[in-house]
Design a binder for this molecule. Structure first.
Ligand SMILES: CC(C)(COP(=O)(O)OP(=O)(O)OC[C@H]1O[C@@H](n2cnc3c(N)ncnc32)[C@H](O)[C@@H]1OP(=O)(O)O)[C@@H](O)C(=O)NCCC(=O)NCCS
Length: 190
């Protein structure tokens, strides 16, 4: 297995991600490829894929989207399905500042499960986020909407998130603050 980690995504990659997600999530919880292309155009670091260079297939993908307070608060309250997020709520890393992150998805294709794919992608995020921190681009809060039990475990065990409350769509809203988050990222560089 020869894995390339990249955030340079083609339209085909966006289509493939939605198909991988269809293995696990209800249709109404999956953003279609046109939507994820718009999100990625708004912040080109927001999604990272692990591409298997031997097969050309996406092994897995992960997405952390910096969002404005309006969207962050909606997610924290559990009242909102993220497929409705529009580009105006997505922030670009142009200037130093304190931002909020929405951990949108982690998903590994069935045949690549158990091969450390999510760990490989997170390592690249850790590298990028710690580099952004050096430039004064800092995340104060991270929120996630864990729709599966594996997702909840990942949020809790890997990112240090805590359960905040249930959502209207039966998922678990998770949160972590900056201190624990950056500590976990540093551990992931090792
Ligand atoms: C969550 C998911 C992405 C992890 O996939 P993976 O990279 O194949 O992970 P592995 O099977 O190699 O991981 C084994 C364990 O190590 C954990 N792990 C992964 N990355 C890690 C890291 N960087 N540091 C420590 N532990 C890590 C995993 O959470 C998992 O723990 P668990 O057994 O308690 O669930 C995978 O289960 C998945 O795609 N599930 C379906 C989609 C899904 O439910 N996504 C979450 C939606 S909210």
């Amino acid at each position: 297995m020869n894995i390339l980690v990249t955030s340079k995504l083609s339209k085909g990659n966006h289509i493939a991600m939605a198909k991988i997600e269809a293995n696990y999530f209800e249709h109404e919880l999956i953003a279609d490829y046109e939507t994820t292309i718009k999100w990625h155009d708004s912040n080109e670091d927001s999604c990272i894929i692990a591409l298997d260079k031997d097969t050309g297939l996406i092994a897995g993908h992960m997405s952390f989207v910096p969002v404005d307070n309006y969207f962050y608060d909606l997610m924290l309250k559990g009242n909102f399905v993220d497929t409705q997020i529009t580009s105006e709520h997505i922030i670009q890393y142009k200037h130093p500042g304190i931002f909020k992150l929405y951990f949108c998805v982690v998903c590994v294709a069935p045949s690549y499960r158990g091969k450390n794919i999510s760990r490989i992608i997170l390592k690249e995020y850790a590298r990028r986020f710690l580099e952004l921190k050096e430039r004064g681009i800092i995340f104060s809060d991270i929120v996630a909407d864990a729709i599966t039990e594996e997702g909840r475990r990942f949020c809790q065990n890997v990112l240090g998130m805590s359960f905040v409350g249930g959502s209207k769509h039966q998922s678990k809203i998770m949160h972590v603050g900056a201190n624990i988050f950056y500590e976990k990222l540093k551990n992931n560089l090792l």
